[in-house]
Design a protein around this ligand. Structure first.
Ligand code: NAD
Ligand code: DAU
Length: 347
């Protein structure tokens, strides 16, 4: 099988490829990524030379480039990770979110519809629980929860989900969707809560907690998400949506406290000094209060369940950031962009 993975140089896509490329030498994985600020080719160093791995720098919002990619590679399966993914950036600059998340998904669907005939192919759309909006103190998101996105990011992901479903209903394109809760783990860019806090704490910088720190997220270790996606690709029903979550609801302030405690244990620094870095800052506009996923469907229909608890996953994540100095330093200094610039931008 030829499997086209979009956005494979980002956090989840790179974890996915690092897991799947060595495990499945019988498949070829084509990574199509624009290499935005969120991409890091160092994250793919272990598989870059693999015989069953191909990289093609591609902007999915460029319809001609997407068409050329599909003509060249003729994928059997598309696993679509590529997106602008950061909520705060969607508030300060929403345009790129519409371009990549909506137009980019549309271009991929059009290309897939052009090359796949008579029920051929599979388009797996990787999406988010943020399309469902915010929960109050009670309840959980199921696959039937009404869409109610709050941010330009989640609205653009909601639009892309609707397009994917419409292509299934109207054109019979074989699609599957997964909507997942907050991921954490190795290789995450430090704009997201957990890696930002780890790197700031290491640097002795403030740990900025939005509002009162009482917002709740449902945390899932990234490799558990990747295994869930692969499970759905292999055994999920065409046309279906599966919610993915870790059953790990934690208030943001408790996440930060937990991180300070684990960092103190792993580095020998006093926990009080790290906790003293916590700074309450202005809240995010439209900040969703609480997310919680009901993952009954994927568990009961496909037998997937997460392997990591938040406790074990958080410690693994802290250890990963402490042990991978080269990756962390290149991100901290911005040097990770140089390779991309030298190899691509100046060509
Ligand atoms: P990320 O921001 O770390 O990576 C996104 C990747 O997409 C980058 O490599 C970037 O270069 C690429 N990209 C962006 N614009 C592109 C374009 N126009 N053309 C081609 N490539 C482009 O994101 P992530 O956290 O790895 O998220 C991956 C997917 O998973 C997204 O669709 C996101 O909505 C979804 N998701 C993320 C989470 C999470 O907690 N991070 C949870 C649920 C779902
Ligand atoms: O729920 C899935 C979503 O999770 C994904 O679709 C998104 O791509 C991903 O970015 C993530 O969105 P969040 O907005 O929940 O993640 P973020 O790490 O930005 O923030 C997590 C929580 O922490 C949120 O309530 C805001 C808060 N926060 C975040 C940052 C960056 C802070 O308090 N301080 C911070 O500095």
């Amino acid at each position: 099988m030829k499997i086209l993975v979009t956005g494979g140089a980002g956090f989840i896509g790179a974890n996915f490829l690092n897991l799947l490329v060595p495990r499945h030498p019988e498949h070829t994985f084509v990574n199509a990524d624009k290499l935005t600020y969120a991409a890091n080719l160092a994250s793919l160093a272990d598989i870059a030379g693999a015989a069953n791995y191909v990289f093609r720098r591609t902007d999915i919002a460029d319809a001609a480039a997407v068409d050329a990619l599909f003509d060249e590679q003729a994928p059997d399966i598309v696993i679509h990770f590529a997106a602008e993914s950061h909520v705060d950036r969607s508030i300060s600059g929403p345009r790129e979110f519409v371009r990549t998340n909506i137009e980019g998904t549309f271009n991929l669907l059009e290309a897939a519809r052009r090359i796949w005939k008579d029920g051929q192919g599979l388009f797996h759309h990787v999406s988010t629980d943020e399309v469902y909006g915010s929960l109050g103190a009670e309840g959980m998101f199921t696959e039937d929860t009404r869409y109610d996105p709050s941010s330009p990011y989640s609205a653009s992901k909601a639009a892309s989900d609707h397009l994917v479903r419409a292509y299934h209903r109207t054109f019979k394109l074989p699609v599957k969707l997964t909507n997942c809760s907050n991921n954490y783990g190795p290789l995450q860019f430090p704009e997201k809560l957990i890696p930002l806090m780890i790197m700031n704490a290491q640097d002795g910088k403030p740990l900025p907690v939005y509002g009162q720190g009482t917002n709740v997220r449902d945390w899932l270790y990234v490799q558990d998400h990747c295994e869930a996606i692969w499970t759905v690709v292999q055994r999920g029903a065409v046309g279906e949506t599966y919610n993915i979550g870790g059953n790990n609801e934690v208030k943001n302030i408790d996440v930060v406290h937990g991180l300070c405690r684990v960092l103190a244990e792993e580095t020998g620094r006093p926990a009080e000094a790290l906790l003293g870095l916590i700074t309450y800052v202005k809240d995010r506009p439209g900040h969703d209060l609480r997310y919680a996923i009901d993952a009954t469907k994927i568990r009961e229909h496909l037998g997937w369940s997460p392997k990591e608890t938040f406790e074990t996953g958080l410690r693994k994540t802290v250890r990963w950031y402490l042990d991978h100095h080269a990756w962390v330093d290149q991100v901290r200094t911005g040097e990770y962009r140089n390779w991309i610039e030298q190899n691509y931008d100046r060509r």
